[in-house]
Design a protein. Sequence first.
Lengths: 330, 330
Amino acid sequence: MNLADHYRGRKVLVTGGLGFIGSNLAIELERLGADVTILDCLIPEHGGNRFNIAPIDGRVSVNISDMRDANSLNVLVEGMDDVFHLAGQVSHGDSMRDPQLDLGVNCISTINLVEACRHHAPEAVLVYTSTRQVYGRPESLPVREDHPTVPVDVNGINKLAAEYYHRLYDRTYGLRSVVLRLTNTFGPRQQIRSDRQGFIGIFIRQALRGERLRLFGTGEQRRDFNYVDDVTDALLRAAANEACHGGTFNLGAPRHYSLLEFVAALAKHTQVEYELVPFPDDKKIIDIGDYYGDWSAFADASGWAPEVDLDEGIQRTVEHYLAHPDVYWR
Amino acid sequence: MNLADHYRGRKVLVTGGLGFIGSNLAIELERLGADVTILDCLIPEHGGNRFNIAPIDGRVSVNISDMRDANSLNVLVEGMDDVFHLAGQVSHGDSMRDPQLDLGVNCISTINLVEACRHHAPEAVLVYTSTRQVYGRPESLPVREDHPTVPVDVNGINKLAAEYYHRLYDRTYGLRSVVLRLTNTFGPRQQIRSDRQGFIGIFIRQALRGERLRLFGTGEQRRDFNYVDDVTDALLRAAANEACHGGTFNLGAPRHYSLLEFVAALAKHTQVEYELVPFPDDKKIIDIGDYYGDWSAFADASGWAPEVDLDEGIQRTVEHYLAHPDVYWR
């Protein structure tokens, strides 16, 4: 499938489009010739950042509003061919500290969006970025989509509910929706200044600042890492391929790396030291051990396969952040 | 286990305690000697009714407030030994017409409750009444607790999320919680004036008014019916038995009846006629066919077994409503 042929001239809404994955997606959509509207509420610390879309500034429409406000959403979805729903709260710790906020941002916003699409954009294709966190601790590896869902934090529960809304509206109202369960995504344009976006961002910030990296436990937990360009490619394919519509799919990677391998690669590209330290109790309680997903169903439906391996992805990531220290980490 | 010995003098909060099951539970708790506080917000049409607690009026404390307001909940849970969480929106149709309201009443309220208990009543036992609707259409019968959860309406999704909050807070914070998945509960004190509480209430109202009962389709779908006294017994056992804490359990019944058998029994006790009519499309879409649950896990953990069979339950139910026509149905 030629994505440029598909997206040229299409009207596309990207919620959370000033955030990490949303901004990378918007940049790629603009490059493919789509007519892009970004929706973001720029909640401080949630990851949105106007600089993220500097490469397409002035060539996309930016609308600042909160998706918990249903009225503006009703207007914004009108006439859209595709809606990529990336807005949300992603911090597991924050979801435990303020579960009500997490519920509002992840569930109320999503109910509002599917209702808006049902009534005002029933022909739109809707892609939702969920998370491997909906599975909790894996019972078997690689994790398939029919693995039990036992989230270990409020964020995982609310993302799971948001998935269900998408599937229900697809089945009941014929709204075409795709749910992608993302795993560990890394790359340029992530909010790495605070600890809110997870361990990858924390390590990258520390490495950029020349700090010694400290990894909890043995570092042997294996994960599947996706470079952000591969994730935006997955999102674009999910909406463009009818075989994906109505489905719920894992992303994943051909190779699995230990956290120690990730840290070692990052340390290599930033010339910092790293060490193993004992696991603090409050972190241990939400650690899920090894995780890697079976992404064959999505590969079959969309033709997707990740192209950027860990080492190359880290190199590109470090280059991006080094070029913009004041925006992201200094 | 002697429930009176257990509950005598215990401080107990019943959310939704002016509603159908909540009021029956509060009456039984008062009879057992518990110190009962009822919390209800009396949202019109949601099922609450002050007359429901006429038998214990003045002997229990009634607090009118909305659980979406976290502050009053924090005060109300303090010092409680048991919290029975029955407040909620239960209409499947309403959840599709106003999904945001359903989310608020079922999810925001529940998050507020588990947070309130975590901080202000960490020793309390918390029992949540969920629903068989979380399973959706059964893939196999009888449905066990590990059956996939594929809700067919917004209400089922939100109840499922509320279940997850209970399990998460049990696992993560040591709050002792039990989730019971109720099936078709019937009996005195249900709101039967509107169609909101499901088919049982609709048929009972029609029968009491002497109307001809019209059953959609063949009426061959089999269900498990629980008389409300058996459900309150289940709730009391769930909180009192440590073996139940942390668990998620189906209720169910030893015998399964077709909807036609239910209607025939109701018609017999009210001397009305009944007939089969074709299924309307809008009802067919949410019909789940046969459903009956495997309740052996709960029986093992609690010693519970339903004692009131369909015919006797319907007889008692009809007697209650005939004694109070102006309150419930005329």
